[in-house]
Design a protein around this ligand. Sequence first.
Ligand code: UDP
Length: 321
Amino acid sequence: MRVLVTGGAGYIGSTAVAELLARGYEVSVLDDCSSGHEDAVPSGATFIHGSLLDPASVQRAIAGCQGVIHFAAKSLVGESVLKPELYHEVNVGGTRILLSEMRKAGITKLVFSSTAATYGEPEAIPITEDSSTNPTSPYGSTKLEVDRMITEAAKSGIAAISLRYFNVAGALQSEGGWLAERHDPETHLIPNLLRASVESPLNIFGDDWPTQDGTCIRDYIHVVDLIDAHIAALEKLEMSKHLIINLGSGSGYSVMEVIRAASKVLGREIPSKITARRAGDPAILIADISKAKTILGWSPLRSIEQMVSDTWESQNAANRS
Ligand code: UDP
């Protein structure tokens, strides 16, 4: 089976490409490299440098494929607040073009990269797929709009699964080397704490949250576990059905607990200081992952320590090259 991976030059997309190739799939990648890196695309894949907004590029990339894993998107929450039209155009408009080209080409299998940001501030913890959706950013709104668009598309014959990610971390060491998270600017906790130094300590965004140690709690999932779930989803697609499934570890770690885990892995203190809360951060986000376990027959296997240590190794490898 040949799979089109949109956004396959990005951190999560390139990891998916490597894992698909390792399992014997053929892979085509469509990416405009606006935030991804062409050198991250594993060498066994066919790479099409083009935009999701260009139907001709999508047509070229989709030719010969039987399924699509759709990662390509604008994904910075802060930027989405400043540029909501851009997020709408790329995330919603781009998916509309993709769905239309899939229909023309007779391709019916779709796995979509959705997000926990579709839920917004949770009413209850853990968050199930039936929780209400009140996104607090244009990023979350556009992903929710795409989820709804896919539900409509499924009624006329597409088989789809939307996977709602919680906090993705870690890295894959593939045959071609480490596939590191290379965001600029980097906003995520684990890469940031690994870069912290005495001169430039990690900013802990608030220690006055209603949690045990006062810092925010998140549900971290290793990128390799996340991709294993995508491949399981691809293999479980059912015609005319659109399923929505959370992907996390099902447990929460506070910022302080992540820092302690990182100190243990690195064998040194992580310099940090408490700063103001970051706007838009909910106090606690933890996924209910029972649906993923039941439907996909999947369970996350990798610990927070492994996420830290793989991120560390991949960053060192990226710095050396
Ligand atoms: N965080 C922090 N310092 C940083 C980056 C993140 O204290 O430099 C906190 C943030 O407030 C949140 C958690 O770490 O509680 C995870 O943030 P991240 O940006 O990694 O992911 P998000 O939950 O925003 O998707």
